[in-house]
Design a protein around this ligand. Structure first.
Ligand SMILES: [Zn+2]
Length: 404
């Protein structure tokens, strides 16, 4: 019987030996940024690499062309651990959220685990998850059952601080379109219906609502269309809002109020409102047992893990939805000076810097080591699942009972 620390050393050595290849993958993704559901080259590169390493790869899963699933199997039945890859970029900004690192790190971890998998029970699956930045690839993958056979899932995100236990806000993107009637703004304004005023009223109504929201709520919007010329009453105007809160249930309540703000804007101006939403991102509930195992591995590599702050600032991720169906974590690895956030030029540059490369390697090692812990220790998996049942599933019952 091989012991797990020996397996971990061999997995780490594999990642070190693969260092240049992994950095090359990350650099290729970075140089060819592809946005939501159009990650054709990126997903092909990751799939090719997995196939060359002997993974069984299915390209295009759950009806998503740029999602994929690779599998490798141990020497007998056992746990199924999922390593998640993201590889989508931001419109115009490119890889300013470092998803190039996330794609390459998941590959590094998967290959390292596979190199010792013949000595272990269980399965490692790598799931390619498109459109995290908009579109919610993981929401769709969850809904279509891609995680049904998974016992635990993880992915590592680059950041300004290394932290393992970190949640995220529940979030929904709301799209508003108002239709009015165009007319000459000076000669015949009485014939017009001003769609832009409906948008402006919506913003003012939301600001009036803001006072009464709980402190964890976040509502922020932009005007995406506001008319074409100052002398024409705008017959069409559009806006986009992001509605977030600590919990999915409250975020949905706030969303309903924001829609009412838009309906009021439409009523006041006579414009008609059409709205739509993108799949909601649930709040991420980190599995603490899994997080503890992961943190111990990073500490063993000499990587300092920060404690979460009481007022930890968070964004949103579709990994939240994964954490509602299987035990999951999304640790963060520091690649940039603290205080520099994602979705900035600085972060994009860090994602291809020596520090970004090191983050990639550390992310891959942490995921590989933790996967080996899970596959080799049925008791650990049992504790991870027990925590999931006692926390997440219980909360879901409460949430469903209260709001839906
Ligand atoms: Zn991101």
């Amino acid at each position: 019987m091989t012991n797990v620390s020996d397996l971990k050393q061999r997995a780490i050595a594999k990642i070190d030996a693969w260092r240049d290849n992994l950095i090359q993958i990350s650099a290729t993704l970075h140089a060819n940024p592809e946005i939501a559901f159009r990650e054709f080259k990126s997903s092909a590169l990751l799939c090719d690499t997995l196939e060359q390493a002997g993974f069984q790869v299915t390209r295009g899963i759950a009806g998503l062309e740029t999602a994929f699933r690779g599998e490798a199997h141990g020497n007998r039945e056992g746990a199924t651990v999922a390593l998640l890859a993201e590889y989508d970029a931001l419109p115009e900004l490119g890889h300013a959220c470092g998803h190039n690192i996330m794609g390459a790190a998941a590959i590094g971890a998967a290959l390292a685990v596979k190199s010792v998998l013949a000595e272990l029970p269980g399965h490692v699956v790598i799931i390619g998850t498109p459109a995290e930045e908009g579109g919610g690839g993981k929401v769709i993958l969850v809904e279509r059952g891609i995680f049904n056979d998974v016992d635990a899932a993880m992915l590592v995100h680059p950041a300004g601080r290394t932290i393992v236990v970190r949640g995220s806000l529940a979030s929904t993107r709301l799209f508003l379109e108002f239709s009015g009637r165009a007319s000459h703004a000076a000669a015949a304004p009485e014939h017009g219906i001003n769609a832009l005023e409906a948008v402006i009223l919506t913003f003012n109504n939301v600001n009036a609502l803001r006072l009464h929201l709980k402190p964890d709520a976040r509502v922020h919007g932009i005007i995406t269309h506001g008319g074409t010329a100052a002398n024409i009453i705008p017959d069409y105007a559009a806006a986009q809002f992001s509605v977030r809160a600590a919990k999915h249930g409250y975020a949905q309540q706030v969303l309903r109020r924001v829609i009412q703000c838009a309906e009021a804007g439409a009523a006041a101006t006579g414009a008609t409102l059409k709205y739509s939403t993108q799949p909601s991102y649930a709040e991420l509930i980190p599995n603490l047992t899994l997080a503890q195992a992961f943190a111990a591995n990073w500490e063993a590599l000499g990587i300092h893990v920060n404690e979460p702050r009481a007022d930890e600032r968070m964004g949103s991720t579709d990994m939240g939805n994964v954490s509602h169906v299987v035990p999951a974590i999304q640790p963060y690895i520091q690649i940039v000076k603290e205080g520099i956030g994602g979705h900035t030029i600085e972060f994009r540059e860090a994602s291809i810097s020596p520090r970004g490369h090191q983050g990639l390697i550390d992310a891959a090692k942490g995921m590989a080591m933790t996967t080996l812990d899970l596959l080799s220790d049925p008791e650990l998996i049992a504790r991870v699942k027990q925590e999931f049942v006692e926390t997440v599933q219980k909360q879901q019952v409460e949430r469903l009972g209260r709001f839906e």
